[in-house]
Design a protein around this ligand. Structure first.
Ligand code: S3P
Length: 428
């Protein structure tokens, strides 16, 4: 993919459905009694992996793919309605599928093996194995390296409390889902609050769940199928927010964006950088708050990003690093060591590619120090097949001189299949 600046971004865009919420709508719908109807479902490859896994376990799921979103019917069979898959479960590139599904599988009355692509097989799974083992689960890493493939022998679990060393919604959600199959209350305390979509949606389906820094769930709830309209994904909106901020003369209205406070750190950081972003039409999409965002190009200044803010913008840090590259001053990102264990090592890959476009940047063990405001130029970008890196440099291309070439550009289909088309349509 070759991208070069053509014109300011102007107009309106409906942001595709939230990836985290889309995954959970399938999983919880499958464990509920009756039909769950999902609209604005994200048809990215990750969410299709979740559908495929549940179909393999006997759940009837119909998906009508529209041009921008999917309409899904999940015919749930209740907490104990899954059956043993005939083959290994394949989560593709999706960490959310791998980690949340492992929690569900640990409490089944059958055994499974679960794996994913080359990236997934390098990502840490001890973080879910440790709490699941404490709950009495039988889970092991087939290659004994703390990574997938995982072998899970289903059994009745023990309710337990877990103090998580990481603020991770995937770890928290895995434990809560295992807690559905435990003999008592299961609780998790996080060092900082991570996205709370599981808590909000499980409660919406009828689970007895307490939320906050410590989250707890009672076992064996009766979950009932629901109607879910997935809000637009703020992590996808982030690329268009950034593009509109960077390209002079831009004005974009991003419609129906999820603004859950456990996800909205990008907005807060952009505003601290001097961004002109206005929230309009604030509303709710089921349990999730959403709004339209009016974004106008702005002169940005450097900021420091760290602490409890990090989990609320973890997936937006690559594109925030691009904003920092064009902002006046030196931006410091810290407390973000989690970036090293995402779809790629995002600290290493961002540093490599920012350097290629001429930005002075230093990688640290838990972040980056980025000196912004120099003129930057197009280059050949290797996103290491990481969707968020590819989209971040597509945004950078609009503010660089010359052409940007993005290798393996179609990796964006993991979370945003129509990304380049949407960008081209707004730059006319
Ligand atoms: C996700 C949680 C985040 C995020 C990922 C999706 C989820 O991971 O990076 O893209 O849907 O729960 P961690 O919570 O493990 O940081």
């Amino acid at each position: 993919m070759i991208i070069q600046y053509t014109a300011p971004l102007r107009g309106e865009l409906s942001i595709p459905g939230d990836k985290s919420v889309s995954h959970r709508s399938i999983m919880f719908g499958a464990l509920a009694n009756g039909t769950t109807e999902v609209t604005n479902f994200l048809t990215g490859a990750d969410c299709l992996s979740t559908i495929a896994c549940f179909r393999q376990m006997g759940i009837d799921i119909t998906l009508e793919e529209g041009t921008r979103s999917g309409h899904v019917l999940v015919h749930g069979k209740g907490l104990h309605g899954l059956h043993a898959p005939s083959d290994i479960l394949d989560t593709g590139n999706s960490g959310t599928t791998m980690r949340l599904l492992s929690g569900i599988l640990a409490g089944q009355s059958f055994d499974t093996t679960i794996t994913g692509d080359a990236s997934i097989q390098k990502r840490p799974m001890k973080r879910i194995m440790t709490p699941l083992l404490a709950m009495g689960a039988d889970i092991s890493s087939v290659k004994n390296n703390g990574c997938a493939p995982l072998q899970i022998r289903g059994r009745k679990l023990r309710g337990t409390h877990y103090d998580s060393p990481v603020a991770s919604a995937q770890v928290k959600s895995c434990i809560l889902l295992a807690g559905l199959y435990a003999d008592g209350i299961t609780s998790v305390t996080e060092p900082a609050i991570s996205r709370n979509h599981s808590e909000l949606m499980l409660r919406y389906f009828g689970a007895d769940i307490q939320t906050g820094l410590t989250v707890s769930i009672a076992p064996e709830p009766v979950l009932t199928g629901q109607k879910i309209r997935v809000p637009g994904d703020i992590s996808s909106a982030a690329y268009f927010i950034a593009a509109a901020l960077l390209v002079p003369g831009s004005e974009l209205l991003l419609k129906n964006v999820g603004i859950n406070p456990t996800r909205d750190g990008m907005l807060r950081v952009c505003q601290a950088m001097g961004a002109d972003i206005t929230l309009l039409n604030e509303d709710h999409s089921g349990a999730e708050p959403c709004a339209d965002l009016l974004v106008r190009s702005s002169h940005l200044k450097a900021v420091e990003i760290g602490g409890d803010l990090i989990p609320t913008l973890i997936d937006e840090l690559p594109v925030l690093a691009v904003l920092a590259a064009f902002a006046d001053g030196t931006t410091v990102i810290r407390d973000a060591a989690e970036l090293r264990v995402k779809e790629s090592d995002r600290i290493a890959v961002m540093t490599e590619n920012l350097t290629r476009i001429g930005c002075p940047v230093e990688a640290t063990p838990d972040g980056m120090i980025i000196t912004g405001g120099q003129p930057l130029h197009g280059a050949t970008i290797d996103p290491y097949k990481d969707h968020r890196i590819a989209m971040s440099f597509a945004v950078a291309a609009l503010a660089c001189t010359g052409e940007m070439e993005i290798l393996d550009a179609d990796c964006v289909k993991i979370s945003y299949p129509g990304f380049y088309e949407d960008m081209a349509a707004l730059c006319k």
